[in-house]
Ligand binder design. Structure first.
Ligand code: SF4
Length: 69
């Protein structure tokens, strides 16, 4: 499973990630994206991350290699 870092300073609460991958991301009552736990799959994590207009979702392989963006 990818390691996920959501940059709360970058997130603008657009909900694209949640709309694209509701089984991986949701927007909390602060208007910031958070992970659904447990996220459904790496595919869902990546699909949601790719939908973010400001690249606020950063994904890493378990070995630390950056996957996205
Ligand atoms: S798509 Fe990006 S900016 Fe929009 S809520 Fe998700 S993480 Fe935040």
């Amino acid at each position: 499973m990818y390691r996920v870092v959501i940059d709360e300073k970058l997130c603008i609460g657009s909900s694209n990630c949640m709309e694209e991958a509701p089984d991986a991301y949701e927007v909390d009552d602060r208007g910031i994206a958070v992970l659904v736990r447990p996220p459904a799959s790496d595919e869902a994590l990546l699909n949601g991350a790719r939908a973010c207009p400001v690249d606020a979702i950063v994904l890493f392989e378990p070995d630390g290699r950056r996957v996205h963006p």
